[in-house]
Design a protein around this ligand. Structure first.
Ligand SMILES: [Fe+2]
Length: 386
C-alpha cells in the first residue's frame, strides 16, 4: 500500500531535447551576467562541449569564470575553493556542466558561496539560501540535474555523505541527449546502472508514494529497451535520449522517495576508494542487497520483473520475484559490470569501517530500506558482496 501522506515539491524547470544547450545563454541571462561554470578536468574539454558553452554564453553577453577542477568523487576542498572564487568575483549564477560530480558540486558551491561557513558544516546547519544553479547534464545517470541533492567527500575522514536543502534545487535543467554521445562505454554502463538502482530503491523504499512510483515505472520501461542498447550502440540517438529521460525520471523519484541500503553501502565504498565509480560500487552491492530485501519486496520485484520484460511462464510468485535478481545479474554481465568489491580494489579489513559509515553518513538511506537493516546486517552484505 502506498503512503497516503504525500508531500510533492520539485521546482526545477526541465528543458529536454536535442540541441537545447544552444539556449543556455538566454536562460542564463535571466539570472546574471556573470556565471561560474563548474566542470571536471577532461571530458567536457575533450568533447568540445565546454568551448561550445563558453561561446553560447558569450554570444548572449554572459561573462564567465571557469572552475574545471572537479574530480570524480568531489572533495569539500574543491567545493570550498570554487565557492571562495565565486564570492571574490561576485558571480551571480552557477552552471554545472558534466556528469553527477560537477552537477552535485555546483549545488554545494551555490550554497557555500552564499554563506560564511565551510561546506562540510552544512551537514548540520541547514542552508536557507543559495546562488541560482543551471545544470547541463552530459551523462545519463545520477539524476542530479533535476533534484536538490549533493554528495561530497571529506578527504581526511573518507566520509562521503549526501545532503540537500530546498534552496539547492537547480532553477533550470538542460538535458540535451546530443551531448551524451561522447560518453565512453564504461561511463554509460556505470551511470546507466545507477539509474536502475535509483528507481529500484525509490520504488521499494519506505518513503515511496504514488508520484515517485509513477516516475519509476516509466523509467523501468525505458531501461528495459535502452540500457544495454546505449552501451552497445553509443551513437544511437534514440537509446541515448531514452536513457537521459530515464535518468531524469529516476532523479525526480529519489528526490521524492530517497534511496536505500545499496546507496548507503556504496557511498563508503567510493568514499574510501575515490577511483571507484559510483555505479560500479552499486553493481557490486546490488545482487546481495536484493536477496536481503526479497521477502519484503516480493510484489514489487514481480512488478519490476514484468516491466523489464521477464516472462512469467508458470513461475510461482517466489520464483518470479527471484527472477528479477537473475535478470539484474544478466544485465550486469551484458554491460561488463559483473563485479565484486574485491575486483574494485576494496580491502577486506576495511569492511567493518564501511559498515559503520553507511549509518554515520547515509543513515537516512539505510532507514528508508524496505527491510530494517542494522550495522551487523550491513557488514554481512558487504562480506557477501566481496
Ligand atoms: Fe546513485
Amino acid at each position: 500500500m502506498e503512503s497516503l501522506n504525500i508531500n510533492v515539491f520539485n521546482p526545477v524547470r526541465i528543458h529536454f531535447g536535442n540541441g537545447f544547450i544552444n539556449n543556455t545563454g538566454k536562460i542564463a541571462k535571466k539570472y546574471s551576467n556573470l556565471a561560474m561554470i563548474i566542470t571536471g578536468k577532461t571530458s567536457m574539454q575533450k568533447s568540445g562541449v565546454l568551448d561550445r558553452l563558453v561561446k553560447i554564453l558569450k554570444d548572449e553577453g554572459v561573462k564567465q569564470v571557469i572552475y574545471d577542477k572537479i574530480t570524480p568523487n568531489p572533495t569539500i576542498d574543491e567545493i570550498d575553493e570554487a565557492a571562495r572564487i565565486a564570492k571574490e568575483k561576485g558571480v551571480g549564477l552557477i552552471i554545472g556542466l558534466g556528469g553527477g560530480s560537477p552537477l552535485d558540486s555546483s549545488k554545494a558551491i551555490a550554497v557555500a558561496a552564499k554563506g560564511n561557513i565551510p561546506v562540510w558544516d552544512y551537514l548540520k546547519t541547514p542552508a536557507a539560501a543559495a546562488l541560482p544553479v543551471i545544470t547541463i547534464v552530459s551523462t545519463s545517470g545520477t539524476g542530479s540535474e533535476v533534484n536538490r541533492y549533493s554528495v561530497m567527500t571529506n578527504p581526511k575522514t573518507k566520509e562521503k555523505p549526501g545532503f540537500g536543502y530546498e534552496c539547492m534545487y537547480p532553477k533550470e535543467a538542460i538535458i540535451d541527449p546530443e551531448i551524451m554521445t561522447s560518453m565512453p562505454p564504461y561511463v554509460t554502463a556505470t551511470t546507466g546502472f545507477d539509474v536502475f538502482v535509483h528507481v529500484l530503491e525509490a520504488f521499494t523504499g519506505k518513503m515511496r508514494n504514488a508520484f515517485s512510483s509513477a516516475y519509476c515505472m516509466q523509467a523501468f520501461y525505458l531501461l528495459k529497451d535502452n540500457l544495454i542498447k546505449a552501451y552497445n550502440e553509443p551513437n544511437n540517438p534514440e537509446a541515448r535520449g531514452n536513457m537521459a529521460l530515464a535518468s531524469a525520471l529516476a532523479g525526480l523519484a529519489i528526490d521524492l522517495s530517497g534511496v536505500g541500503i545499496i546507496h548507503a553501502l556504496e557511498h563508503p565504498v567510493s568514499g574510501n576508494y575515490p577511483n571507484v565509480a559510483h555505479g560500479a560500487g552499486l553493481a557490486a552491492l546490488t545482487v546481495e542487497s536484493m536477496k536481503y530485501n526479497l521477502e519484503a519486496c516480493k510484489r514489487d520485484f514481480m512488478l519490476i520483473a514484468h516491466h523489464l520484460g521477464v516472462k512469467r511462464a508458470g513461475k510461482s510468485d517466489d520464483e518470479y520475484a527471484y527472477a528479477l535478481i537473475e535478470k539484474i545479474e544478466e544485465i550486469l554481465k551484458s554491460i561488463n559490470l559483473n563485479v565484486r568489491l574485491k575486483d574494485l580494489g576494496v580491502e577486506k579489513d576495511r569492511l567493518p569501517k564501511m559498515a559503520k559509515e553507511a549509518f554515520a553518513t547515509m543513515g537516512f538511506a539505510a532507514q528508508n530500506n524496505p527491510k530494517d537493516v542494522d550495522e551487523k546486517a550491513a557488514l554481512r552484505l558487504l562480506e557477501l558482496s566481496y
